[in-house]
Ligand binder design. Structure first.
Ligand code: UD1
Ligand code: CA
Length: 452
């Protein structure tokens, strides 16, 4: 049966102590509510209704690329009142899956199962057993049959002993939902319109109520404060680490591995501690990554070695290249196969040709380096005059002596050699040696000044 989704996200999230709406706090680099929307989108919902109450502008901006119905709940009068705000969008003959906006780890398979058990019931609930159910709505059963949900604050002492709780996620037909919402009242401990009261209404009408459970309680854990945010983040990251290991990646410590984006992986990859991945990153087979690296929107080809403390952003590292330790590849850096970038080398909009090396203390910007070139320690391309940027070309097999400044626009020919300490301001032809530094002058018999 066709179904629509209602996501409850109008709560203020006061305990986050944040100017960012709670549901926009990221898990794995993505707003938590976006994760839920993405999950729902894999299930083929007819429409998604997001119930919001505060910070409309921030929410709508952050979620602007989603096709969702925005339902304002101007006053937070309870979860039942929240769902009521979506009623104009809900059809009688569809099912309505109600979710909460602050439990981002919910799995598609868990929701799929909930939708499936609804096919043979009138109402299906997602419940879970918790060691400490304090504060949660308790599932009341008579025998096996679910007959009601009682909120913690309204529960008798005996009911508070029940460890099966309401996750807040449930599904029923649009027609039933609308009828039941119309019968809600706020005669309870919190003076709220409780969505959970519909369960008793369903039971009284003799409806079939079924419950299913997530594979793990973490899936339904809501985030109310920053401790819980961090907990859920760690659980999410550990899951990604497990996925990576399943695919043939060795992780020195699966608890120190963070993917805040999309990571595609080859096999036999070795990753040391504290890798952070952001955006879209691909890592080929037989790649080795040292400790403390940051990879942002980049491609690392097969057999590459990324040494400790390297940062690679919007760059491509070719097959069997070596990067770092302490290297920084900035946007537009491209390393062709077997090339090397060593410690304290920064590259921006620069192509390093096959087998070329820049091993130490170098800045290459807006530069194309041919094949088999050697860029000596302390080489700087002076690509910027304070207003405009200029290009540098370095031919195949060129040798740039240490501590040279290449003032762009600069052209250095094939197999050309630059003497150490040169400031290159003119083009250098192929197979030519350029030395552009003050001549050495020796003063013989020089005596050092003595203290007066
Ligand atoms: C609710 C359930 C409880 C369940 C618990 C699971 C009710 C009455 N109680 O508890 O049985 O165990 O969730 O976490 O439904 N919200 C709105 N508008 C409102 C109130 C809440 O949009 O007026 C949203 C919140 O943003 C949140 C969700 O609904 O995403 C749940 O609200 P919250 O106050 O956290 O849950 P409880 O009422 O404590
Ligand atoms: Ca509440």
């Amino acid at each position: 049966m066709a179904f629509s989704v209602v996501i409850l996200a109008a709560g203020k999230g006061t305990r986050m102590k944040s100017s960012l709406p709670k549901v926009l706090h990221p898990i794995g680099g993505k707003p938590m509510v976006q994760r839920i929307i993405d999950t729902v989108n894999t299930l083929g919902a007819r429409s998604i209704n997001l119930i919001y109450g505060h910070e409309a502008e921030q929410l709508q901006q952050a979620l602007s690329h989603n096709a969702i119905n925005w339902c304002l709940q101007a006053e937070q009068l309870g979860t039942g009142h929240a769902v009521q705000q979506a009623v104009p969008n809900i059809q009688d003959d569809e099912d309505v899956l109600i979710l909460v906006g602050d439990a981002p780890l919910i799995k598609p398979s868990t929701l799929q199962q909930l939708i499936e058990i609804k096919q043979s019931a009138d109402l299906a609930l997602l419940t879970v057993h918790l060691d400490d159910p304090t504060g949660m709505g308790r599932i009341i059963r008579q025998g096996e049959q679910v007959t009601a949900i009682v909120e913690h604050k309204d529960a008798t002492q005996a009911q508070q002993q029940i460890t099966e709780i309401n996750t807040g996620m449930m599904i029923m037909s649009g027609q039933d939902l609308k009828r039941w919402l119309g019968q809600l009242n706020s005669n309870n401990a919190q003076g709220e319109f409780y969505l959970t009261d519909v369960i008793a209404m369903a039971a009284e009408e003799g409806k079939v109520i079924k419950a299913s459970h997530p594979s793990s309680a973490i899936e339904v854990e809501g985030i109310n404060n920053r401790m819980q945010l961090a907990n859920i983040e760690r659980a999410f990251q550990f899951e990604q680490a497990q996925q990576a290991m399943t695919q043939g990646v060795s992780l020195a410590d699966p608890h120190r591995f963070d993917v805040r984006g999309e990571l595609s992986l080859g096999q036999d990859i070795n990753i040391d501690i504290n890798l952070v991945v952001q955006g879209k990153v691909s890592i080929g087979s037989n790649v080795k990554i040292g400790p403390n690296c940051l990879l942002i929107d980049c491609e690392i080809a097969d057999g590459a070695v990324i040494e400790a403390n390297s940062i690679i952003e919007q760059a491509k590292v070719g097959p069997n290249c070596t990067v770092g330790p302490f290297a920084r590849l900035r946007p537009g850096a491209v390393m062709h196969e077997d090339s090397k970038v060593g410690n304290f080398v920064e590259m921006k909009k620069t192509v390093l040709g096959k087998g070329s090396k820049a091993n130490h203390l170098t800045y290459l910007g807006d530069t194309v380096v041919g094949e088999g070139a050697n860029i000596g320690a302390g080489t700087i391309t002076c690509n910027y005059d304070g207003v405009n940027k200029f290009k540098t070309e370095i031919g195949d097999g060129a040798f740039i002596g240490s501590n040279s400044a290449l003032v762009a626009p600069a052209v250095i020919g094939k197999n050309a050699t630059v003497g150490a300490g040169s400031i290159v301001t003119k083009p250098i032809e192929d197979d030519t040696l350029a030395i552009a530094r003050a001549k050495q002058r020796n003063v013989t018999g020089w005596t050092r000044p003595s203290k007066k």
